[in-house]
Design a protein around this ligand. Structure first.
Ligand code: NAP
Length: 302
């Protein structure tokens, strides 16, 4: 049975357009309506036939929806929720895909009181943005974290979980607060480190930028993929998950200081023991199908 029959996606970038494509691929009888604030994005969406209908206003896109998914940057969720409040049917489920959950839940509750709000976050993405960057298989075998709110009915939560399962995702439920802590260490901190290290390398004076680029295969280039992620999205993520990010950053700084001390005092055993532990984590990620098992991320060495 279909969990929903009329799905609206607001924000037709990487994630929104991937949802549209995945719905077309896995739930072909579901009617999908889209809206984006950018006229250029709406034109592209119409040209590539992303949805059954693309509306020029957010309100028009939700009028007969039974599921509405907000796929805009985290800092824009509140204003989009306000813009659809008058047209959103009472029985519709409103969800989102934002990378932080506590602040989004608050923003949606403030704008849409009395509506069914179930925040969620598909932990899947690439460093690209926009409607042409999406693809139907983005969520296959990736986790979607659903973060129910205290007043949600179990049946509604299960419908949303069923929707994501049908798009190929594995679903896990947790509170918004726990989500923000977990993602601070698995996603937000790694992005902060990548943004920092790439910035540090480009600011160096003794090593030229052309040398940094030329010898990047030594490790640097793997950070540049993450550091190429969308600036608007990531500005909003750090500002909206401030507390958890700062807590993880504090832990990271302490661990970094320990590594610094081990190098200074020639403590090879400490370094070796640490690197052995981290290597095991990489192996577990590959074993659980969360990354390519081929060496060097499967890059061609022809
Ligand atoms: P994206 O490719 O930049 O797409 C976002 C789209 O939303 C853009 O077309 C943008 O238009 C539009 N938009 C902005 N403000 C809007 C508004 N007020 N009303 C309607 N449309 C609006 O970004 P994305 O990567 O898909 O990210 C979308 C959400 O998914 C974010 O909340 C992010 O945290 C979350 N997420 C991202 C990833 C990832 O890896 N990228 C993974 C999981 C979750 P303009 O370009 O004109 O601003």
């Amino acid at each position: 049975m279909l969990p929903f029959t009329r799905v609206t996606v607001i924000g037709l970038g990487l994630i929104g357009s991937s949802i549209c494509r995945a719905v077309r691929a896995h739930l072909p009888t579901v009617r999908i309506t889209g809206h984006d604030a950018s006229a250029e994005v709406r034109d592209i969406a119409r040209r590539i036939d992303l949805c059954d209908d693309v509306t020029d206003t957010p309100g028009a896109s939700v009028i007969d929806a039974d599921l509405v998914i907000l796929c805009v940057p985290v800092g824009r969720m509140g204003e989009v929720a306000e813009a659809i409040a008058d047209d959103l049917p009472k029985g519709a489920i409103i969800s989102d895909v934002g990378s932080s959950k506590g602040s989004v839940a608050k923003a949606l509750e403030a704008a849409l009181s009395g509506h069914i709000i179930i925040p969620a976050h598909p932990v899947a993405g690439t460093e690209n943005s926009g409607p042409e960057a999406g693809f139907a298989t983005l969520f296959h075998n990736r986790w979607c974290i659903v973060t129910p709110l205290p007043d949600n009915r179990e049946a509604d939560v299960e419908k949303l979980c069923d929707f994501w399962t049908k798009l190929g995702a594995n679903v896990e439920k947790m509170t918004p607060t726990h989500h923000d802590l977990v993602l601070a260490v698995t996603s937000h901190l790694p992005h902060l480190i990548a943004y920092t290290i790439v910035g540090t390398a480009s600011d160096l004076e003794q090593v030229t930028q052309s040398e940094v680029i030329k010898y990047s295969a030594g490790g640097f280039r793997d950070f540049t993929r993450i550091a190429a992620s969308d600036p608007t999205m990531w500005r909003d993520v750090f500002l909206s998950n401030k507390e958890a990010v700062l807590e993880m950053l504090q832990r990271f700084s302490e661990d970094l200081a320990a590594m610094q001390r081990a190098i200074r005092w020639d403590d090879g055993d400490a370094l070796f023991e640490h690197f052995t532990r981290t290597r095991a984590i990489r192996r577990s990620i590959v074993e659980q199908g969360q990354d390519d098992s081929r060496p060097d991320f499967g890059r061609s060495h022809l």
